[in-house]
Design a protein around this ligand. Sequence first.
Ligand SMILES: Nc1ncnc2c1ncn2[C@@H]1O[C@H](COP(=O)(O)OP(=O)(O)OP(=O)(O)O)[C@@H](O)[C@H]1O
Ligand SMILES: [Mg+2]
Length: 329
Amino acid sequence: MVNMKIAFVGKGGSGKTTLSSLFIRHLAADGAPVVAVDADINQHLGAALGLDEAEAAALPAMGENLRLIKDYLRGGNPRIASAETMIKTTPPGEGSRLLRVCEDNPVYDACARPVELDGGTVRLMVTGSFTDADLGVACYHSKTGAVELCLNHLVDGPDEYVVVDMTAGSDSFASGMFTRFDMTFLVAEPTRKGVSVYRQYKEYARDFGVALRVVGNKVQGPDDLDFLRAEVGDDLLVTVGHSDWVRAMEKGRPPRFDRLEESNRLALRTLRAAADATYELRDPERYTKQMVHFHLKNAQSWGNERTGADLAAQVDPGFVLGGSVTAGA
Ligand SMILES: Nc1ncnc2c1ncn2[C@@H]1O[C@H](COP(=O)(O)OP(=O)(O)OP(=O)(O)O)[C@@H](O)[C@H]1O
Ligand SMILES: [Mg+2]
């Protein structure tokens, strides 16, 4: 029985959205419940999952439902006085409401939409597209803050997956978002730029025990493979070549998913196996400690000042996410 939070990160254009969407399709085809989250600056996951322009444009933005998300999650937690004092790193505690992959709740009602894929239906949530103004205020108004809050309040059940398509931006390092996943797949093209994003990520990840594997993309031959092997060593999990299936999908004519090239299907199986294998490494106490660590850091660097409250007092010292469940719907 496995349940997982998985991120796809990497340089712009490396194939994060493409590989996220293929992985989501792969899980759905296997009948696994999936919540798919588009947390990238460029919102393309909906299209990659087959939505047309109008459908993608009609998706509700998490960033625009932040108030509802906060009010639902804080529930009756006495340590969180108001939605205004709840920042993206505010951890759950006794009285908080937790999210589950397989349930109906007001957050999904407001922010998630079903997407039908071959073999099953997934829930899709999108942060909403970013404006220049959003990028200027990196902390308080960060749109991925909504995703982070949800991840920090998510307890997963058996054989369920949350798959997040994400930028490898500095925002996710400052907030601690990069530590919220059981497995992080770094998508890298066989280029120096692709690999440099990997190095930077690895540097941040090292101190927090983040499970990080590289997925080579657009790998065309032995030269490409040699390059990636030389640059990332054992962190290289698998490589994906050019996919005609993906190309057809991008033309708006997606073939049935079972027509995906055999080599790419195998690559997806390898991704799932690698993600599933991290299951036994999960440590709810460490996970909770890390969210508290980043909360205190954000409280001190900007949160206390911004909210006028002592945000350290929001930490419930006895609470472990996914440990003894004291909070309920
Ligand atoms: N394996 C592949 N086979 C064929 N086309 C691919 C493959 N991987 C990516 N592409 C194409 O490359 C382009 C960029 O891929 P994608 O949008 O997935 O990258 P991204 O990392 O999500 O980019 P962004 O940073 O803009 O969000 C897309 O047109 C996509 O269809
Ligand atoms: Mg993308």
